[in-house]
Design a protein around this ligand. Structure first.
Ligand code: GLU
Length: 425
């Protein structure tokens, strides 16, 4: 690689937004996209930057920095989660908002892409502090969100309780119950059944179809799961329950565990709850997060953060299927290496789109004031996400591009068409 290109690659690994732009540029090349469309979709449409004063338990005020970014709303109101994370940056939120645009478009949802973030460490905050921060964030951005403008949801380190406080704060400000302003709420106050494990479930429906295509027997398949938060835990337990797979490796930020006989995901989850980590789980060999990615397993599931599969470790990845439950785990250079090696990559904005798809169902239920049972949610999710998988697979062979580029092609075409119909270009 020439030194200038190499410098760009290194820089983009540190910055997810540069990576998202690089993916977008690659897609523009594959599609011979009109320059006007390309120019617009490379950047977000709106960015809100707020400072949120919160009264802490020690009696003093602490000011937190937060963001909400709308990447594109050509297909409908913006949609996307809110992350509470100590390492949050505006560029991460920009990248994630763009990925939401592509995710919603790929799944055929009438929604655009947005994302929010607050720089904080929820692990070090009391329940009261978290509630005041959640309400404070909404009081700073409420003018810009709403069921027909932008609808937030949970993401890393945010949960249904936080969504409940946020919905309540918004409802108080506008003077009426507005359940549809936010999704991922507890079912009693407008949440959808099946939302909690929707990201994992949707991804596993995709894995099921991919296994059919690749001729992989899931009952005999071994799985490694990187990251044991909400997505990781549900991925491991449903992979076992729904698909019959064996979960041989699990990790969290402190390290990982391996046992070729397989783990009981619930027991590992309970152990992590008790001790703070999966590490030291009985009868397991320690593996680092790096080693976990290179294990000789059938299915590798990155379920944590961005940038974990790069051109450095991609050549050593042995899994037949890499299912991206996290957002942005693989760099564009690594994508190409995995593709050349014949590894079947299920890209993030396909594989983890189950969350936003059930969020969309939640909005529909809020609007109609009529709530579905779990089976109906699962069935509709299965239909939508399986169809999206086959459209990406077909596009990958039609354009002779890797699965991520194929997913981009499907999504960008739809957004470009909507922009044209609306007269933006
Ligand atoms: N945060 C999730 C995602 O990245 C869900 C977004 C939503 O439900 O709106 O897809």
């Amino acid at each position: 690689m020439d030194p200038q290109k190499e410098a760009q690659v290194i820089e983009s690994h540190k910055n997810p937004f540069l990576m998202a732009q690089q993916q977008c540029d690659d897609c523009a090349r594959v599609l011979s996209l009109e320059p006007d469309v390309h120019e617009i979709i490379r950047v977000p449409m709106r960015e809100i930057h707020v400072y949120i004063p919160v009264r802490m338990d020690n009696g003093f005020i602490k000011v937190f920095e937060g963001f909400r970014v709308i990447h594109n709303d050509a297909l409908g109101p913006a949609k996307g989660g809110i992350r509470f994370h100590p390492d949050e940056t505006i560029d991460t939120v920009r990248a994630l908002s763009a990925w939401m645009t592509w995710k919603c478009a790929l799944l055929g949802l009438p929604l655009g892409g947005g994302k929010g973030g607050v720089i904080c460490n929820p692990k070090e905050m009391s329940e009261g502090e978290l509630e005041r921060l959640s309400r404070g964030y909404i009081s700073k951005i409420w003018q810009f969100i709403g069921p027909d403008k932008d609808i937030p949801a949970p993401d890393v380190y945010t949960n249904p309780q936080i969504m409940a406080w946020m919905m309540d704060e918004y409802s108080k400000i506008v003077g009426k119950n507005q359940f549809g302003v936010i999704t991922g709420k507890p079912p009693l106050i407008g949440g959808s059944l099946g939302r909690n494990d929707a990201t994992a479930r949707g991804g596993l429906y995709v894995v099921r179809e991919a296994a059919k295509v690749r001729g992989l027997d899931l009952e005999k398949a071994s799985v490694a799961v990187q990251g044991y938060g909400n997505a990781g835990y549900y991925t491991a337990s449903l992979a076992r329950k729904l698909l019959g797979c064996k979960i041989v490796a699990i990790s969290d930020s402190k390290g990982g565990i391996f046992n070729e006989e397989g783990f009981d995901p619930q027991a590992v989850f309970d152990f992590k709850k008790r001790t703070g980590s999966v590490v030291n789980f009985p009868n397991a060999k320690f593996v680092s997060n790096e080693e976990l990615l290179e294990l000789d397993v059938d299915i590798l599931c990155p379920c944590a953060l961005e940038n974990v599969i790069t051109e450095k470790n991609a050549p050593s990845i042995k899994a037949a299927i890499v299912a991206e439950f996290a957002n942005g785990p693989t760099t564009p250079e690594a994508d190409e290496i995995l593709y050349e090696k014949g590894i079947h990559l299920l890209p993030d904005f396909l594989c983890n789109a189950g969350g936003v798809t059930v969020s969309y169902f939640e909005m529909v239920q809020n609007f109609s004031m009529y709530y579905w049972d779990e089976e109906e949610v699962y069935e509709r999710l299965d239909k939508k996400i399986s169809a999206a998988y086959y459209s990406v697979l077909g596009t990958s062979s039609e354009y002779k591009v890797n699965m991520r580029q194929a997913a981009y092609v499907v999504a960008v075409k739809r957004v470009a068409e909507a922009m044209k119909l609306r007269g933006w270009v």
